[in-house]
Design a protein around this ligand. Structure first.
Ligand code: MSP
Length: 593
């Protein structure tokens, strides 16, 4: 018999992350399309969200995890459009003590609870435009086969043994906690009860004979992996934190529970008295969805990027890579980590009654509006606080006023009566800054704008590579502001189409603004797909002209033909994004009560 104490955890932040894909460095004012390195263009990519517990209905934190993965995946598809090149999985985590207890508390059979809540996640993700290619439920047969096969490999490689495991088990977190992570809380009966320091959920002293995984053998291989690949975990502070954890003791890990205690799970092959630990079961979902144990999985596995919240970093960055190495596979290619949403400064929880329902938010703010809000305001490195006024303020100013207003200014009938993409005049806006002449109208700030928008796709791609999607949106938003400044500066409404002096410059101002809008629309597709579609359709940009490879900004400025010049704009379909503050009676009401 072996006596094992539970894991100790430590978290420490560090510095910033780095880019994953290399791009050709853009020249000053370059209009070169954004292309990933040729070898990377053909490479496959596999994105995953965590699989979600079905003990309670989805909240905005869950949606945020899925949206981050969705935006990364959609951005990748814009770079490498082949439908077969990208896979994206999500799903529900349905086994374990937490679900077994939640079902019992609700008076339901576990399968009933799983069916019900898994359907809620599926519906939410459909409504929110999560473009996953697979939704896995861990109760599926294909998954049981994968988990039992994986278990068999670990067993055959001598990495599992039976031993006595004891420690504080937290059902809510589904893991053993070290003594330092347990505190006493007074209960209603006057006695104190042990709870998890982090989550406040009860812990129970557990001592049983389990199968144990030789995790301790993997400390050095894990350190080597992380030291050899500084971008493995992004943003960098999380990479640093995992390396710090690995400086600590790394005890072996219990990977099964007595079936009499935990019946809701996958039985250990050949030993029905034990049920496989729910985290081992859950992590293998990433292999199940790419066909494991069939050979097909081998070509996808090396391209895997996991998107996870910081609370499950230890499971993904220590246990999972160790299990993979144990089974003869490589650790995941990338682990992208995000922080949490709080509500009015507090952790979101059912017991505090402050859980924000994502479906209400999608209804109130529209799908694109709410996607934009979460991804624009969510910062992976730190927790973010949610409140309704913040959503209204952001969406009104950035989507309704700045972006919608810009589109309206350049396409409205009174300013653009022909309803076409006007011609760019190279004598009004020569490619050399500083030229003087009677017809030159462009000013220094206008060259700054062209430079900013020409380099925007590369900047955005770098931010995606560094998992800083909010910075990508910040960069777009700043260029939108600059473009509004450009239009304001040249006041096209004061110019006259009938005047031979005004007309070429009027056309040029509108052409430049529409070209900027085309870049913004293209770059916003991963975050606000419908709004970007509406914008690009209004500009007359066809479906085959929306990829990053085709994105040649302002080609006439660089001496190339422009396919859009003279083209009819798409039909007028109303405001791009209606202001919310005019329709927010619900918000005022909510504040009065
Ligand atoms: N089932 C495990 C994951 C297994 S993956 C092999 C799990 N599920 S969860 O439903 O609790 O969490 C799923 C994801 O939602 C995690 O990435 C978690 O970080 C994220 N979030 C849960 N609450 C959150 C917030 N309040 N804010 C942001 N994301 C949060 O863990």
């Amino acid at each position: 018999m072996v006596q094992i104490s539970a894991l100790r955890l430590l978290r420490r932040p560090g510095t910033r992350g780095v880019s994953l894909l290399e791009y050709s460095t853009p020249r000053h004012y370059s209009s070169a399309p954004l292309r990933a390195r040729d070898d990377a263009r053909d490479a496959r990519a596999f994105f995953t969200t965590p699989i979600f517990y079905v003990n309670a209905a989805p909240h905005i934190g869950h949606l945020y995890s899925a949206l981050l993965a969705d935006a990364l995946c959609r951005h990748r598809r814009l770079r490498v459009p082949s439908a077969a090149a990208t896979r994206f999985s999500t799903g529900t985590d349905e086994h374990g003590l937490k679900i077994q207890q939640a079902a019992a508390a609700a008076g339901l059979a576990p399968t009933e609870l799983c069916d019900r809540v898994s359907a809620q996640f599926q519906q939410l993700f459909r409504e929110a435009g999560i473009s996953s290619t697979d939704f896995i439920r861990t109760t599926e047969v294909r998954h049981r086969i994968a988990v039992q096969h994986f278990w068999g490999l670990l067993k055959a490689r001598g990495l599992l043994y039976k031993g006595l495991y004891e420690g504080w088990y937290c059902a809510s977190e589904e893991c053993f906690l070290p003594e330092a992570k347990v505190t006493r809380q007074p209960s209603s009966s006057g006695n104190s009860c042990p709870v998890s320091l982090e989550s406040g959920h009860p812990v129970v002293w557990t001592k049983e004979e389990n199968y144990i995984f030789r995790l301790s053998q993997f400390r050095e291989p894990l350190q080597q992996w992380l030291r050899g690949d500084p971008q493995a975990i992004t943003p960098e502070p999380f990479h640093h934190a995992v390396l710090q954890w690995l400086e600590e003791e790394l005890p072996d890990l219990s990977v099964s529970r007595r079936s009499s205690h935990l019946h809701w799970g996958i039985p250990v092959p050949g030993d029905d008295s034990q049920t496989i630990y729910v985290w081992l079961d859950a992590l293998v979902n990433y292999l199940t969805v790419i066909g494991y144990p069939n050979a097909e999985f081998k070509s996808w596995w090396p391209t895997t990027s996991h998107i996870i919240g910081k609370d499950i970093l230890k499971f993904h960055a220590i246990y999972w890579p160790a299990l993979l190495l144990g089974a003869g596979m490589s650790p995941p290619h990338r682990i992208y980590v995000h922080s949490h949403w709080t509500v009015c400064g507090q952790k979101m929880s059912k017991s505090l009654g402050n859980v924000v329902d994502p479906r209400t938010c999608l209804d109130r703010y529209t799908v694109d509006g709410f996607r934009y809000f979460l991804l624009r305001q969510g910062v992976p490195n730190w927790d973010c606080d949610y409140y309704d006024e913040k959503v209204v303020k952001l969406l009104d100013s950035e989507l309704a006023d700045a972006l919608g207003g810009l589109l309206n200014r350049c396409t409205a009938n009174r300013i653009n009566p022909s309803g076409t993409y006007p011609v760019f005049c190279t004598t009004c806006f020569p490619s050399e800054p500083g030229l003087v002449g009677p017809s030159v109208r462009a000013q220094a700030e206008d060259y700054a704008l062209v430079n900013a928008v020409a380099t925007l796709p590369k900047q955005v791609a770098d931010h995606y590579d560094n998992f800083q999607i909010y910075k990508a949106l910040e960069a777009v938003s700043s260029c939108v502001r600059q473009t509004n400044g450009f239009v304001q500066r040249h006041a096209p409404w004061k110019l006259n189409w009938e005047s031979p002096v005004d007309a070429p410059w009027l056309g040029t101002v509108l052409h430049v603004a529409l070209e900027c809008l085309r870049v913004f629309g293209t770059l916003l597709q991963p975050v606000t797909p419908s709004l970007a579609d509406k914008l690009l359709s209004r500009l007359g940009v066809s479906a085959t002209e929306r990829g990053l490879g085709e994105l040649c900004f302002l080609p006439r400025f660089y001496g190339h033909p422009c396919p859009f010049e003279g083209r009819r704009l798409g039909p007028e379909t109303g405001l791009l994004f209606p202001r919310l503050d005019q329709s927010r009676a619900w918000l005022v009401k909510a504040h009065r009560t």
